[in-house]
Design a protein around this ligand. Structure first.
Ligand code: S3P
Length: 446
């Protein structure tokens, strides 16, 4: 499924209502961290529900290259970690494929080790900014021995003999940058502090604590979070059940909302409040989404989502919600295409540095399918056509971006004319079961 293999287009068309009960694969953010922290912690970590997508498997390979032992038996992944501070130098470059999360978090993880690590990736990953992670690493004393222009991959870094702890204020809303700094702090004596003015997904904080790290979070009177981690502590392996990924659930969820007559249930979806911005927005738009059987699963909130076809109306999504739904804007834009009136998405400039420039890729996909939209530097305004009248008929350029591919296939299920995406291959990076799962609900995608 590399960028160099032949593109494999896919076409979605309107057909039956969607019906049935499904489970989406494990959360991508938690899956990466499970293999990474399990690979670092002393002793055994057992993981069920791991997302077996290409991105996560690359993280597993990287941890193996640095000394972890990782095997899959039955449905369970068993990891024997090296112990904190005891990663080994990888003998060959770590190839992260399409994965921003895997590569950026691993840069943090190895950045304070006195060893050389080389990072490579596909065409999409090689275009993405790594300076946001390398800048704080330089403050720890990490040297960037080589990199492509603008601090991009391929790049090689080497940590200092002994790192010095830092206090770092994260300049953009990014869980990856926050996490990279905290992971660098694990192998640094003293207290590493991350100051986070805008809260982002908190899986790193929660999971590191679960592995035994001494970490505390204080939110000051202005809402700014101060995360303090004591370095060089012991991490111990544990058992993890990865809940379903809300960012993957978003696709069947929006499909059910826009395909007339649909009624589906998506079981066991993570509803951590840092991940539920899309659900909140769709509820404001008039969506019928019920959160059933809410429960705690290993320290995370999960629920079953019952979703029925709904007449949606446009809303304005405030910039403050962006970190809690950053990966869901392409599919929200698709939902907005079927809503009455205008939907405005504000403060979404971070979309420009995802697997593709997602703001432009989304706007272009909408336009070729007859949707009226305006793309600004940091906003997108979509004018809906209830019932999908006049929509579809376009071929969407996916730019090696899994979420662009899935979002526009969802559009095709309710548009008047079919929608084609130029390549389905990258879907396997995050949601290998997407085609089969959608087919099981009655979707026509081929
Ligand atoms: C992720 C953080 C987000 C998100 C990505 C996963 C993570 O990226 O888009 O899919 O697991 O930390 P940014 O930190 O760049 O916003």
């Amino acid at each position: 499924m590399s960028a160099s293999s032949q593109p494999s287009p896919a076409t979605a068309r309107a057909g039956h209502p969607l019906a049935g009960t499904v489970r989406v694969p494990g959360d991508k953010s938690i899956s990466h961290r499970s293999l990474m922290f399990g690979g670092l912690a002393a002793g055994e970590t057992r993981i069920t529900g791991l997302l077996e997508g290409e991105d996560v498997l690359r993280t597993g390979e990287a941890m193996k290259a640095m000394g972890a032992v990782i095997v899959r038996t039955g449905g369970e992944w068993i990891v024997q970690g090296t112990g904190n501070g005891a990663l080994l130098e990888a003998e060959t470059p770590l190839d992260f494929g399409n994965a921003g999360t895997g590569s950026r978090l691993t840069m943090g993880l190895v950045g304070t080790y006195d060893m050389e690590t080389t990072f490579i990736g596909d065409d999409s990953l090689s275009k993405r900014p790594m300076k946001r992670v390398l800048d704080p690493l330089r403050e720890f004393g990490t040297q960037i021995l080589s990199s492509a222009e603008g601090d991009r991959m391929p790049l090689t870094l080497r940590g200092p003999r002994r790192a010095a702890p830092i206090t770092y204020r994260v300049p953009m809303a990014s869980a990856q940058v926050k996490s990279a700094v905290l992971l660098a702090g694990l192998n640094t004596p003293g207290i590493t502090t991350v100051v986070e003015p805008i809260m982002t997904r908190d899986h790193t904080e929660k999971m590191l604590k679960g592995f035994g790290a001494e970490l505390e979070v204080e939110t000051d009177a202005t809402g700014v979070r101060h995360i303090r981690l004591v370095g060089e502590g012991k991490l111990t392996g544990r058992t993890i059940a990865v809940p379903g990924d809300p960012s993957s659930a978003a696709f069947p969820l929006v499909a059910a909302l826009i395909v007339p007559g649909s009624d589906i249930t998506i079981e066991n979806v993570l509803i951590n409040p840092t991940r539920t911005g899309l659900i909140e927005t769709l509820l404001e738009m008039g969506a019928s989404i019920e959160l059933l059987n809410r429960r705690d699963a290993g320290g995370e909130d999960v629920a079953d989502l019952r979703v029925r076809h709904s007449e949606l109306k446009g809303v304005t999504v405030p910039p403050s919600r962006a970190p809690f739904m950053i990966d869901e804007y392409p599919v929200l834009a698709v939902a907005a295409s079927f809503a009455e009136g205008e939907t405005v998405m504000e403060g979404v400039e971070e979309l420009r540095v995802k697997e593709s420039d997602r703001l432009t890729a989304t706007a272009d996909g909408l336009k070729v399918n007859g949707v009226t939209c305006v793309e600004g530097h940091e906003f997108l305004r979509v004018t809906g056509r209830p019932g999908g009248k006049g929509l579809g008929g376009g071929i969407v350029s996916t730019h090696l971006d899994h979420r662009i591919a899935m979002a526009f296939l969802v559009m095709g299920l309710a548009a008047e004319k079919p929608v084609t995406v130029d390549d389905r291959a990258m879907i396997a990076t995050s949601f290998p079961e997407f085609m089969d799962l959608m087919a099981s609900l009655g979707a026509e995608i081929e």
